[in-house]
Design a protein around this ligand. Structure first.
Ligand SMILES: [Zn+2]
Length: 420
């Protein structure tokens, strides 16, 4: 629940008043976020500015999800293992990607029935994920790295798993990929995972990404009940796209989203509806939205993002995480015979509603082919040799496309986004 605009200035304060309780602290995203602020007080201004920009984007794009515009985020999964069991299988990794694709697209089989009072708030965020098929150097990849470590467990404190020099694995360019580390988090801490927030990306790029305990990762395999539905991944990626816990990390706190309902504190297990109705926090007869992915209930009982949360994630993808929109990490390597310098062609504006301008320094004559995400050619422009060259693509639906520039000998592929 969002209280008012001014409350955003109190984010730091609300994060400071954590609700320590007897039950497991399942996610360390908020605590690590707060710890960074304590160590770097100047971050407060940066985060306030980022929140203002988020609110500004939201107010100027009130219907962002009414136009179909699916964003696909390239993912690299870094497996950090000491034991054979921790070296999770490719199938288990794919199951985590699949689970997120269902949850973020409202394709999960366990979504609320349409007669449920909260059904009206559920949303398809139009965000999807792919295991990267192209690494930051343009080479073919499975989207998975595997690193053997001597570290017994990681403490979940923005720790060693993110650094090759400390027994983990350095992240890939966090402006172009979602980095997910899978490792053994301290079993005594009971942590399922944690994530970084987009407002910290520019100051802490090496930390950026999501960490998931191998016992709460994916479906089946090494995942352990009740964390067997891949929802730790959904929850942590929610943080990574700028969502807070639904209780705002304070008693009756504020998560900066207007349609998530007030929550007294974190919820566990599998509550019954309505839960905590007419509370002192001001809940109505329907009570709290404990079945939201950003609560702490069991995997089997969290089933929804709201429209407000979906819009907030879209704001992040049009703000600090906008670099993902031009990432070609999901482009199959088979579509590119050879890569020239990535900078030899520039395209602007990108995203654009209609016209894209192509410019290049070497003025060579090229053919430009426009492909959709599955590699179907939509249109082409032959023998382009006058620059800047303006292309009208206004008749294409919103979405991501690839431009392939070829001069007969070599090929460059660039991603564009049409957004009206
Ligand atoms: Zn969390």
């Amino acid at each position: 629940m969002k209280k008012n605009l001014y409350s955003l200035f109190l984010v730091g304060i609300s994060f400071a008043s954590f609700n320590f309780q007897a039950q497991t602290h399942k996610c360390a995203a908020a605590t690590n976020f707060e710890k960074k602020l304590i160590e770097n007080p100047s971050l407060q201004l940066v985060r306030e500015q980022a929140e203002l920009e988020t609110q500004n984007w939201l107010s100027t794009h009130p219907n962002a999800l009414q136009t179909r515009n699916i964003i696909t985020i390239p993912v690299v999964v870094h497996v950090i293992y000491k034991t054979a069991a921790q070296n999770v299988s490719t199938a288990q990794i794919q199951s985590q990607i699949d689970a997120m694709n269902e949850d973020f697209r409202l394709l999960n089989a366990d979504s609320l029935p349409d007669v449920h009072p909260f059904w009206q708030y559920t949303a398809d965020s139009q965000i999807e994920f792919c295991l990267a098929s192209r690494d930051p150097n343009g080479n073919a990849t499975t989207g998975i790295t595997r690193t053997s470590t001597t570290v017994n467990f990681f403490d979940g404190n923005n720790g060693a798993e993110k650094y090759t020099s400390m027994g983990g694995k350095d992240n890939w360019d966090p402006t172009k990929y979602l980095n997910i580390w899978v490792c053994n988090l301290d079993p005594a801490a009971g942590l399922l995972g944690y994530a970084t927030f987009p407002s910290d990306l520019s100051n802490f790029p090496d930390d950026d990404g999501v960490v998931i305990n191998y016992t709460a990762f994916g479906i089946g395999g090494t995942s352990v009940s009740p964390n067997t539905n891949g929802r730790t991944g959904t929850h942590e990626v929610g943080h990574w796209l700028n969502l807070s816990h639904i209780w705002g990390d304070a008693t009756c706190g504020d998560d900066l989203v207007s349609d998530t309902k007030v929550a007294e504190t974190s919820n566990y297990g599998c509550p019954s509806f309505p839960f905590n109705p007419n509370s002192t926090c001001g809940s109505d007869a329907s009570g709290e939205m404990y079945m939201n992915y950003m609560d702490y209930v069991d995997d089997a009982c969290m089933v929804m993002f709201t429209l407000g949360q979906a819009n907030r994630m879209r704001a992040a993808l049009n703000g600090p995480r906008a670099g993902l929109l031009s990432s070609n990490g999901c482009l199959p390597i088979a579509n590119m015979e050879e890569i020239l310098s990535e900078n030899s062609f520039e395209i602007y504006p990108n995203p654009s509603a209609d016209n894209f301008t192509v410019n290049t320094k070497n003025k060579e004559s090229v053919d430009i082919h426009v492909y959709d995400l599955v590699g179907t050619e939509i249109v082409s422009f032959k023998n382009v040799n006058q620059y800047p060259h303006e292309m009208s693509l206004k008749n294409l639906p919103n979405g991501s496309y690839f431009l392939k520039f070829t001069n007969g000998n070599s090929t460059i592929t660039k991603k564009i986004v049409i957004s009206k």
